[in-house]
Design a binder for this molecule. Structure first.
Ligand code: NAD
Length: 329
């Protein structure tokens, strides 16, 4: 099987590539014989994320833009599956400027879908987010809940998510969509809350806590997200949406407390800052469908996952220090 992974040099895409290539075996079990990464290597794309598999002869790296139809046409040809991670992914950046979000997330996805349709690619896995639903005070969203995104990031993801489903309904393409909660783990660019806070604390600095700190997120280890995507890639029903959640809800204040403790720091290192514009209060996914249909359950509990993650950043300064010094980071 030949798998094309877009955004495979980013946080989650690189975990997926490392996972695919870490599994021995061949076609019979649905495991890959070849993996191509198509990645523009924006500020958050980093070839160091693929260092553990760089020498694997099954891996091909292509630096390029998913919005470039000629390049995408050349790269998609011959692949059985596209797993589409490439995106502009940081909400705060989308508030500062929405244009790259619309370009990459919407137009880039449409470019990929058109090319995959033309080539008759076997399966297109579109990786989306719980943020497309907006905010929920109580209860959890199911896959049929209406989309009501609030940030330019989530609106652009909702656009690409609906386009992917439209290509199934209109053209009969074999499309599956995953919507996932907040990921954490190694190799996450140090702008998102967990790696930002941990690296600031390890450097002896302060951490900015938005508003009253009461915004609630469901946390999922990136390893479990990728296990869920693999199940959907292999066994999900065409045209369906699957939630991948962690079942570990924490307010940002609670999360901050745990990170302070893990880094041996006190609350005087926390600086309250004005709330993010349009900040969603709470996200929560019902994962009954993927559990019942595909046998998915998260395997890493939050205490263990956070402890391992903090240890990883502690032991891998050589990975994150250059990123914090990078212009535009
Ligand atoms: P990331 O920012 O770490 O990685 C994105 C990757 O896409 C980078 O390698 C970047 O270089 C690449 N990219 C960006 N624009 C591109 C373009 N025009 N052409 C080719 N490559 C391009 O993001 P991530 O956290 O790994 O997220 C991956 C996917 O998962 C995204 O689609 C995101 O919406 C989704 N998602 C993320 C989370 C989360 O908590 N991080 C949760 C749910 C869903």
């Amino acid at each position: 099987m030949r798998v094309l992974v877009t955004g495979g040099a980013g946080f989650i895409g690189s975990q997926y590539v490392r996972m695919l290539l870490g599994v021995p075996g061949g076609d019979a079990s649905g495991e890959p014989t070849a993996v191509t990464v198509l990645d523009k290597l924006t500020y958050s794309g980093n070839l160091a994320n693929l260092a553990p598999v760089r020498q694997d002869p099954r891996l091909r790296l292509v630096q390029g833009d998913i919005c470039d139809p000629a390049l995408v046409d050349e790269v998609v040809a011959g692949h059985d599956v596209v797993v589409h991670f490439a995106a502009e992914s940081h909400v705060d950046r989308s508030i500062a400027g929405a244009a790259p979000f619309v370009t990459t997330n919407v137009l880039g996805t449409q470019t990929l879908l058109d090319v995959a349709l033309r080539h008759g690619t076997g399966r297109f896995v579109h990786v989306s987010t719980d943020e497309v639903y907006g905010s929920i005070d109580e209860g959890s969203w199911t896959e049929t809940s209406p989309l009501a995104p609030n940030s330019p990031y989530s609106a652009s993801k909702a656009g690409s998510d609906l386009l992917a489903l439209a290509y199934h309904r209109t053209h009969g393409m074999d499309v599956v969509v995953t919507r996932c909660s907040n990921n954490y783990g190694p190799y996450q660019f140090p702008e998102k809350i967990i790696p930002l806070f941990v690296t600031n604390l390890l450097d002896g600095g302060t951490v900015p806590l938005y508003g009253d700190g009461g915004n609630v997120r469901d946390w999922l280890h990136v390893h479990d997200h990728c296990r869920g995507i693999a199940l959907v890639q292999q066994k999900g029903r065409a045209g369906e949406v699957y939630h991948i959640g962690g079942g570990s809800e924490l307010s940002n204040r609670e999360l901050t407390g745990r990170l302070l403790e893990a880094c041996g720091a006190r609350w005087d290192r926390v600086v309250p800052v004005a709330d993010r514009k349009g900040h969603d209060r709470r996200y929560s996914l019902d994962i009954g469908k993927i559990s019942a249909e595909l046998g998915y359950a998260p395997s890493i509990d939050l205490d263990r996952g956070l402890a391992e993650t903090v240890r990883w950043y502690r032991e891998n300064r050589a990975w994150w220090e250059p990123l914090k010094a990078k212009p535009g980071a």
